[in-house]
Design a protein. Structure first.
Length: 367
């Protein structure tokens, strides 16, 4: 699916430019997955600590294929796709440092080694013993330059991961009813993600309800208490497709939301719409001006506290219309345009248009 060799060639070019001789990346990291296809496994509580777990990772060098060092338990029980032929296995009774050192020294003289910031401290201590005169730098400064620009294949995987969680919520939302527990919903979410091809969750799935009837700590996300009416049930979960993750959040209200709840919802949706509009305009190099609701109301009616009906009536009068435009969104848009012109933002464009029209007419008269 992905050309890992091509990715590593790009890394080696960056290493040469930065004077880096060797890179070490630990197992279960996105960087190692990105460069070698070594699959990351399920999110665990802290880290799985096998015997000699500190050796787990791979060395990358421009003149060699990647060389892996894994504890026996990872080789036999934690590598679903098998291991690379260039893998050194460290058993429980082995001298782990000696085996790790033999692999590290096989690359020759090392003056600068880049190590992932997610590398265990114990691993770095052993690397410092093996290369006492080498400079250690952060490998992520190299790898991130490659990973931050996504290919079409990567975007496809990320899109699939996003569509998957959309489908999951569509399947689960019908179960958000009075009497169901958060734990029931969390279990169903994870099951539905697995059914649709996500090997695991991109982070710990969270389902929690908040409201006047449920005074609880929002960090407690797996209560077995039944959901009651008048609550907002928040979902926060993500899927993993071929190493690419999604992060999804939605809230479903049980019953009829209060006026305050509705107001906050509309505020968030308006902010999202404004952000999308700004993004679309920026992509097309369209200049954008922002006006607050009170500013628009004051410009159109003379009062920053005017209601929608008053704004709509003034728009009709100012534009000499026979009826108030519908839907109401159209009057809001016209009010914004009127405000922008009166605030000076549109004056220059109107002046330019008038000048162009006068020039056109003068040419016609001259003919």
């Amino acid at each position: 699916m992905f050309n890992y060799k091509e990715r590593r060639e790009k890394l080696y070019a960056l290493m040469e430019a930065e004077g880096v001789d060797l890179v070490f990346l630990p197992k279960h990291t996105a960087d190692l997955d990105y460069l070698t296809g070594t699959e990351r496994r399920v999110v665990t509580f802290g880290n799985v600590q096998y015997t000699h777990h500190w050796v787990a990772g791979a060395f990358l060098h421009p003149k060699h294929d990647p060389k892996f060092v894994f504890p026996r338990m990872i080789v036999e029980f934690d590598s679903p796709n098998g291991v690379d032929p260039n893998t050194t296995t460290v058993s429980e009774l082995d001298d782990a440092h000696a085996k790790f050192k033999k692999v590290a020294e096989s690359f020759g003289k090392v003056k600068k080694i880049a190590v992932s910031s997610r590398t265990w401290g114990e691993t770095i201590m052993h690397i410092m013993q093996i290369f006492p005169d080498a400079t250690i730098v952060n490998a992520e400064e190299l790898v991130n330059k490659l990973r931050r620009i996504k290919s079409a294949e990567e975007i496809e995987q990320m899109t699939t991961a996003c569509h998957l969680v959309d489908d999951v919520l569509a399947q689960v939302e019908g179960r958000v009813n009075i009497g169901v527990t958060e734990l029931d919903l969390k279990t169903e979410v994870n099951f539905q993600m697995n059914e649709r091809g996500s090997k695991t969750e991109s982070f710990d799935t969270a389902v929690w309800s908040m409201g006047p009837k449920n005074n609880r700590d929002a960090s407690d996300r797996r209560s077995s208490n039944p959901i009651d009416g008048g609550m907002g049930v928040s979902f926060d979960f993500g899927s993993v497709i071929n190493g690419y993750c999604s992060d999804f959040g939605r809230t479903i209200f049980v019953g009829d939301p209060s006026g305050e709840y509705q107001r906050v919802y509309e505020l968030v949706m308006a902010a999202q719409a404004a952000g999308i509009a700004l993004l679309v305009a920026a992509r097309r190099n369209i200049p954008v001006m922002m006006h607050t609701p009170s500013e628009v109301k004051a410009a159109v009616t003379g009062s920053g506290r005017a209601n929608k009906a008053q704004v709509a009536e003034m728009v009709k009068r100012l534009l000499n219309l026979e009826v108030i435009p519908k839907p109401v969104d159209s009057t809001d848009a016209l009010a914004l345009a009127i405000c922008h012109i009166w605030r000076g933002g549109g004056n220059s464009k109107i002046a330019e248009a008038l000048k162009a029209e006068k020039s056109r007419l003068s040419k016609l008269v001259g003919k």
